[in-house]
Write a new protein. Structure first.
Length: 229
């Protein structure tokens, strides 16, 4: 199984959970359903501390914790709610890594960002879209991880948002051993083109806001052009 197939498992799992998630459901159930779905689709394990799905809702979406410390809360999903889901499937040590923020309004998942009625939530998801579009404009194989770190963090703060990541980074390389990852962080002068794949996963909130937003894709260069896996 190749990287694209593993990443598709994560993408398909997010689409699946959108069809079944509903108010009254426990976050523990959401995690269980995500993990069971990934295994059913072909994952053989979960690469990040054996946690397949990090799930947060409501104001807990601002939390950023290591897999060593993460525990899924028993929060109940509300009729109007925000949920972040971050998935880490693997097969034969090939990783997928994919995260999305899901919005529920009036008891149903809102599929299109433009249809979100809550201004703070809609603007937060639009900001995530802007960040990924900025990545595509700015990054090339010669861009260093550190240059991307400074550029994106400046863009985040200039737009009135805060980087919530507990280590301050914005993504990492995709490898087969998690201790060998390199990060989009200060001091990392390796070039993006030096790695086969890397994630971009800004976890942000409005500076004066109460909720966190996350969108994560894996990217790679093909003939110098940045592509989403």
């Amino acid at each position: 199984m190749e990287h694209k197939e593993i990443q598709k498992i994560a993408k398909d799992t997010i689409e699946y959970i959108k069809t079944v998630i509903q108010p009254g459901m426990n976050l523990l159930d959401v995690r269980r359903m995500c993990e069971e779905k990934m295994l059913a689709l072909g994952a053989d394990s979960f690469w990040y501390h054996n946690i397949g799905a990090f799930v947060f809702s409501g104001e807990e979406t601002v939390l950023s914790v290591s897999g060593r410390k993460y525990k899924t809360s028993d929060r109940i999903i509300q009729g109007n709610d925000i949920i972040t889901i971050d998935l880490s499937p693997q097969h034969n040590k090939i990783w997928g890594d994919y995260a999305r923020t899901v919005i529920i309004e009036n008891g149903s998942v809102v599929q299109n960002i433009a249809d979100i009625r809550n201004d703070e939530w809609r603007n937060g998801l639009l900001m995530e879209e802007k960040l990924h579009n900025k990545l595509k404009e700015f990054a090339n194989p010669s861009t260093t991880f550190e240059e991307l770190f400074y550029y994106m963090n400046s863009f985040i703060s200039d737009n009135g948002y805060v980087n919530l990541d507990f280590l301050g980074n914005l993504g990492h390389s995709i490898v087969k051993n998690k201790i060998k990852r390199v990060y989009i962080e200060k001091g990392n002068r390796a070039k993006l083109g030096d790695v086969e794949f890397f994630t971009f996963e800004p976890h942000i909130k409005k500076a004066d806001g109460s909720f966190g937003y996350k969108k994560e894709n894996i990217y790679y260069f093909n003939n110098g052009e940045l592509k989403e896996l």
